[in-house]
Write a protein that binds this ligand. Structure first.
Ligand code: ACO
Length: 326
């Protein structure tokens, strides 16, 4: 049986740290409010020299190094992002150039915070058709360029960073067991960036109206995220005849500590099996899961044979779960 196996992980975050105390000086908020409502203590912010493709390339180099795969061997690069360097070319093409991955096809994939799960599922399907393929899947975001730093409802939540995996096919029981992807476009308005596309192209008016920034109904998003992530997690387990007790490490999208706690409680996954790094990076959208996966991997939190669940929810809305036998 061919399975898609993760053979290398890597991550990279910008050096600049923006703490809750720094934010207290920028908007009407407090470290206490941010910590108790979200679990976030600090986040990383990119400089002009650290665009999406730069963060993605740095994370990719570490993943390639661990996988002992040369960039020239890559068949495909998928960059999951909603904040590419520019509208054209894709961040993936810039990563391909940076790495010198001459034979790799390259494209961006946009599914907001669920982007990495959509990207991993796409790579998995290519590999199930051709076991020898080597694919780089990256989640990379510079959300700081889409945050209104005067809006306390959103500015405290987001950060920048990138995580990457190298995947290939292997015969055996290890690897991605299944992916479960969902979307509901009817609720798009609850979380969106209205400006910069063809509906509101760049203009002075668009900037004056702050349409270039993330607009979010936080309370509604919170409830929907808990429900959808729990449902997709259960769907993934049931389709593999497994139960929550079988999970060795649960890696949820890092959007809000209270969202993570609610799902873990509903699924009855004990705290020590839930990977959390939201306090360090905030919500880096498509990058949260691959960053967490890499940190967990390098910390020795995942052993061969462990059952790892990835679970995400984001704008669109999009959501899903992937189960991996490590
Ligand atoms: N500092 C201080 N007060 C604040 C801040 C802030 N940064 N932001 C909001 N408040 C105030 C509000 O104005 C409100 O005041 P009011 O009662 O006087 O009107 C009060 O705090 C409570 O606001 P709520 O929005 O009800 O607070 P809530 O407990 O829901 O927390 C939060 C808000 C953190 C945004 C939460 O709803 C959340 O995390 N939602 C999920 C959103 C999310 O993660 N989106 C990311 C993309 S999707 C995803 O990744 C899952």
């Amino acid at each position: 049986m061919v399975h898609t196996v993760i053979i290398g992980t890597g991550c990279h975050v910008p050096a600049r740290v923006l703490t809750n105390q720094d934010l207290e000086k920028m908007v009407d908020t407090s470290d206490e409010w941010i910590t108790t409502r979200s679990g976030i203590k600090e986040r990383r912010i990119s400089s002009k020299d650290e665009p999406c493709s730069f963060l993605a390339t740095q994370a990719a180099k570490k993943a390639l190094d661990m996988a002992q795969v040369k960039a020239a061997e890559l068949d495909m690069i998928i960059v999951c992002t909603l904040t590419p360097d520019m509208l054209m070319p894709t961040a993936a093409c810039l990563v391909q150039k940076n790495l010198g991955a001459e034979k790799a096809a390259a494209f961006d994939l946009s599914a907001a915070c669920s982007g990495f799960l959509y990207g991993l599922a796409t790579a998995d399907n290519f590999i199930r058709n051709n076991i020898s393929l080597k694919i780089l899947v990256i989640g990379a975001e510079v959300l700081s360029c889409r945050v209104n730093w005067k809006d306390r409802n959103t500015s405290v939540l987001f950060g920048d960073g990138a995580g990457a995996v190298v995947v290939t096919g292997r015969n055996g029981k290890r690897g991605i067991l299944s992916n479960h992807l969902h979307a509901d476009g009817t609720l798009w308005k609850l979380l969106h960036i209205p400006g910069g596309g063809c509906v509101s192209p760049p203009s002075r008016q668009m900037l004056d109206d702050n349409l270039q920034y993330i607009h979010m109904q936080g309370r509604d998003v919170f409830k929907l995220a808990v429900r959808a992530m729990e449902e997709s997690a259960r769907e993934a387990l049931e389709s593999n005849n497994l139960s929550p007790q079988d999970i060795d490490l649960y890696i949820p999208h890092q959007a809000n500590m209270r969202i993570i706690n609610s799902i873990a409680e509903r699924l009855q996954i004990p705290r020590e099996k839930v990977y959390v790094n939201i306090h360090k990076y905030g919500n880096t959208s498509a990058a949260t899961i691959p960053i967490a996966l890499d940190e967990a991997n390098r910390e020795g939190r995942i052993k061969e044979g462990d059952l790892v669940m990835l679970n995400a929810f984001g704008g669109g809305f999009t959501w899903g779960a992937s189960l991996i036998r490590w």
